[in-house]
Design a protein around this ligand. Sequence first.
Ligand SMILES: [Zn+2]
Length: 380
Amino acid sequence: MNDAADPLESFDDATLDRAFEALAGELKADAAAMDAEALRLHWLGRKQGRLKLISEAWLKSAPAEARRALGMRFNELKQRIEAAVEAPASAPSPARSAPGLDITLPGLVRAPGIPHPLLKTMQEIVEVFHNLGYSTSTGPEVETDFYNFEALNFPPNHPARDTQDTLVIANQQGRPTRERLLMRTHTSPVQIRTMIAQAPPVRIVIPGKVHRNDAADATHSPIFHQIEGLCVDTNITFSDLKGTLDHAMKALFGSSVKTRFFPSFFPFTEPSADVQISCIFCAGKGCRKCKQSGWIELLGCGMVDPAVFAAVTEQRTARGVAQRLLGEVNSAYDPAAYDPKRISGFAFGMGVERIAMMQYGVSDIGQFYSGDMRFLEQFA
Ligand SMILES: [Zn+2]
């Protein structure tokens, strides 16, 4: 009974009984295999439904006296179809038991997370210094003027502060200048915090986020990341600084990399130097990346300025007085532990973004912060 318009040979009761029995069987099979909507469309569809096609064909060919009986049988069949559509067969077939589950479909793939390229570079740099016996220190991003500027030898109103314009926290005017809060412009305040808390020897690296009032362009961002280092002990000299940084650059960029030092100025180091490495793209021959010079400037460094040690000593003395007043006598806490006559030290700092841009050949710093998966997936 596949052909909708399969004609009937005669219209006697026996033939009609057989024909409608066959239709009922067909309906039962369909009800088991189809969902309600498909069943409704297949049998009751207004243009191509089985019921319409068959009833039209049979009624047309039926003699006038048989039409009434035939019509009644079609009515009965229609009621059966409607019942089947509204109450699908109680014994569900496997095909309908779990309509949402198709075990042949591919599974969901959840991509594993990876470290952000900036974090990866930061970890690589920190690791180099960990291998040299340095430990990691961190500090707050909201700092006081004292830790961010004054203790690092940027006196109030000194023009050197203009090089590190920052975002200040609102409603600080009522406070003394050194207590006013701002977003730190470098991770150097952690050097001061560490030296106040801990006597020499100190060997620390300080990774972290810093803020400056810089316009964003391809190589600048108002928020970026720095790693600073500080080493203080007896008999620390400039050659220790040179040896340490030369080793670190070779560990990061390969043993063939050369370093050279140029005089520079930072308020918190004296003498200060800029460090250049031989261009890793052209091995020093000269290319677009190094502006044909064969060298790339990568970090700043210098010997810790005695004025920084003086600020630390001032704070350590105040802390020592407070401890005595509170009766917390700590014989190990020597306020004069950072007397420049007894110790010396060096510090250095580098921008993580700048190094990551070199490592991965990224030309726009904004890519690191865009959250664009097409960019980030390349580092998986
Ligand atoms: Zn080059």
